[in-house]
Unconditional design. Structure first.
Length: 347
């Protein structure tokens, strides 16, 4: 009898050999994110982490997950994927540190219709860059090749971060009336509001390869500026004392994210003249006629992280954060009431 040649997984569109090649390719990237507590290399069925070796005696674990949103569309359309992994890490670890936790480990999920090893390696090396800058170990992940689920060239990303704090170190805590709000400036649009950004670009009749009307380089390049990582400066401030809470300014802007830090009965008063609106946001607003309240509720508007600090510690913490490389703006104070009250004008 002559054996019939049957179908293979590769003929169905899934290349296991390419997946194995990717794992080998990214091992050096993962290795450079190694930190105290890491216990295993890539390739196992799970990742191990030793909290005691990381220096914790009575730890509480904190977990966060996020994606990059439709900023991915720009990365896919332009082929500039080297920094989108930084965005993925930042969206997770910047959230994690707001709970008072130190990010310890990170896993990614990369899904595509057809695995391009070079493209995937560039993305994961960007993830490793973000992890290294956050003191967070890239301990594993999943690469899923799913023909028929994604259009040619499309992919999706999700990230998962785990951190820890000593028991009793959780934030927010002790937020009181009169606390000072210190804003750390953003690097650009970060990773929120890109559905509106893409609509504005469409309305303006521009393409990603056109020169950016508000910066140096093409529109696609400028809009792909990665999300700023605030982890190390934020941890330094918390360890110095006087930090009562942190708010990562993502979807919902200052308007929706700051109230998440306040107990019932407290709100914020913010002076919009305390910082300069970055050119990208002014261009978006002027091009599409976006009203100031909509701008403040959709984008970070130039402030990517806010620290709520004791009034008598505001000056010292401003100096510390500045020494850590942050541009700090004193935005306002915590007041009795609810929500966010704005004074001054951005536009």
């Amino acid at each position: 009898m002559t054996a019939k040649n049957g179908l293979t997984y590769a003929q169905a569109g899934v290349d296991i050999d390419a997946g194995n090649a990717l794992v080998e390719r990214i091992k050096p990237a993962a290795k450079r994110t190694a930190r105290a507590g890491g216990m295993a290399a890539l390739g196992g069925f799970g990742a191990l982490f030793d909290l005691k070796a990381a220096g914790y005696s009575d730890p509480i674990l904190v977990a966060a997950t996020d994606g990059v949103g439709t900023k991915l569309r720009i990365a896919i359309d332009t082929g500039h994927v080297a920094t989108i992994g930084i965005d993925l890490v930042a969206m997770c670890v910047n959230d994690l540190v707001c709970q008072g936790a130190e990010p310890l480990l990170f896993l990614d999920y990369f899904a595509t219709g057809k695995l391009d090893v070079d493209q995937a390696a560039a993305i994961i090396e960007g993830i490793a860059d973000g992890c290294a800058a956050s003191g967070c170990a890239l301990v594993g992940g999943e690469t899923a090749e799913m023909p028929g689920m994604y259009h040619d060239g499309d992919f999706d990303l999700a990230g998962f971060a785990v951190g820890a704090m000593e028991r009793g170190g959780d934030l927010p805590k002790d937020v009181t009336e009169g606390d000072v709000l210190l804003g750390l400036t953003s690097s650009g649009v970060h990773s929120n509001g890109y559905s509106l950004v893409r609509k504005v670009v469409e309305v303006a009749g521009l393409t990603w390869s056109d020169r950016a009307p508000f910066g140096t380089g093409t529109l696609g390049e400028v809009l792909l500026e990665p999300t700023r990582l605030y982890v190390k400066p934020a941890l330094a401030a918390m360890r110095a004392g006087g930090v009562h809470g942190l708010a990562h300014i993502t979807g919902g802007g200052l308007t929706e994210n700051l109230p998440r830090v306040f107990p019932e009965g407290l709100g914020a008063e913010i002076d919009l003249n305390a910082w300069e609106l970055p050119p990208v946001f002014r261009w978006l607003a002027e091009t599409a006629g976006i009203a100031e309240p909509e701008l403040l509720k959709t984008f970070n508007a130039g402030i990517g992280m806010v620290l709520v600090v004791a009034a008598d510690r505001a000056e010292a913490l401003t100096a510390l954060l500045t020494a850590e490389g942050e541009t700090v703006r004193r935005l306002g104070t915590v007041i009795a009431g609810q929500g966010v009250r704005y004074t001054g004008r951005l536009l």
